[in-house]
Design a protein around this ligand. Structure first.
Ligand SMILES: Cc1cc2nc3c(=O)[nH]c(=O)nc-3n(C[C@H](O)[C@H](O)[C@H](O)COP(=O)(O)OP(=O)(O)OC[C@H]3O[C@@H](n4cnc5c(N)ncnc54)[C@H](O)[C@@H]3O)c2cc1C
Length: 305
């Protein structure tokens, strides 16, 4: 498959990354989480970009950075209040360069550390090669008393059956899924994926699961708030990516226009190097090619006087 972002030069990707990536250090990530709380009233889940993890020493550096992040969140007085303390999101593939099982071992050790520091962890969902084991790891850690959640992609046909694996009280983020998957395994039509998001959210809330409804689709968000969230408004939240502008919608939501008002959490990616940030942005661009168009349009637009 041709990846359109291949044609955008690195420095341009980096320039474009600014709204979407909190910066090139952990301190920058934490500052962004605080700013979101103050300026937008949003919570955060912090994600260390690991797209450039290719060698064993990258994995060790990645694990060490997550350990430092968890320590910082647990000890920094600015995050004293557990209710508003950022959560942490992790991608298993960045925890190994070889055997997937090695990722499971490292994630379990990280979950122990997170529990000791009072930090909640979410294991992000990657392509379908990871689905089975990611669910197993997350559910197992949750059942052993860790505040660990995971993510379901509604595009995958298997997800409907996977709903049964999630125990009451666990956190489950619902997304359409960012990884293109072939037709035998997944829906290809976004409208149908969104319909599934609403249906699965309803099922999960009725079963006592905590639902993190993650989309930027305003019609889908409005349907969730009006028709589904009232089932258990104390057991759900909205999630969006950092940098995707939704201020108008969020103002209407905060004013109660859609009925229930829920916590909103932004996914805050930060990098230890700009190589990682660039890889992340290229993936976003491949997902939404209209982003590339907007970068190029801004480039050729005459400057405002
Ligand atoms: C908090 C959060 C966590 C996520 N975690 C995972 C995960 O663990 N695994 C996984 O596979 N996927 C994850 N995703 C990605 C998700 O699966 C979708 O690919 C992504 O959210 C886009 O789908 P959408 O529901 O917003 O709908 P779309 O129909 O794709 O988009 C709706 C509107 O939002 C705009 N939009 C969407 N994305 C962007 C963007 N990046 N920048 C600018 N505008 C945008 C679109 O242009 C469109 O106008 C996550 C998404 C969020 C918000």
């Amino acid at each position: 498959m041709v990846r359109p972002s291949r044609f955008v030069p690195g420095p341009l990707v980096r320039w474009f990354a600014r709204p979407y990536v909190a910066g090139g250090s952990m301190a920058a990530g934490l500052e962004t989480a605080l700013a979101l709380r103050e300026e937008e009233g949003s919570l955060a889940t912090m994600d260390l970009l690991g797209e450039a993890v290719h060698e064993d020493f990258h994995v060790l550096r990645h694990v060490a950075a997550y350990e430092s992040l968890i320590d910082a969140l647990g000890q920094d007085p600015r995050f004293e209040d557990r209710a508003t303390r950022p959560t942490v999101s992790v991608k298993p593939s960045a925890f190994t360069t070889g055997e997937p099982a090695a990722a499971g071992v490292r994630l379990a050790a990280l979950a122990d550390r997170a529990r000791a520091r009072g930090v909640a962890l979410t294991i992000d969902m990657e392509d379908r090669a990871w689905t089975e084991r990611t669910i197993r790891w997350a559910v197992d850690l949750f059942r052993h008393g860790h505040d660990v959640g995971t993510v379901f992609q509604t595009r995958l046909h298997r997800t409907e059956a996977d709903l049964d694996q999630i125990p009451a009280g666990m956190r489950l983020r619902l997304v359409i899924g960012i990884y293109p998957e072939p037709a035998p395994y997944a829906l290809q039509d976004k409208v149908a994926m969104k319909e599934r998001m609403l249906a699965y959210a309803r099922t999960l809330l009725q079963r006592g699961v905590y639902v993190e409804f993650a989309t930027h689709d305003e019609a889908c968000l409005a349907s969730f708030l009006q028709d589904v969230a009232p089932i258990a408004p104390d057991r759900c939240e909205l999630q969006m990516l950092l940098g995707v502008p939704r201020s108008g919608f969020l103002r209407r939501h905060a004013a109660g226009e859609f009925g229930v008002v829920l916590p909103v959490r932004r996914y805050v990616p930060f990098a230890l190097s700009w190589d990682d940030a660039t890889a992340y942005l290229r993936r976003r661009m491949d997902e939404s090619p209209n982003l590339i168009r907007s970068v190029l349009t801004n480039l050729v637009k005459p400057a405002k006087r």
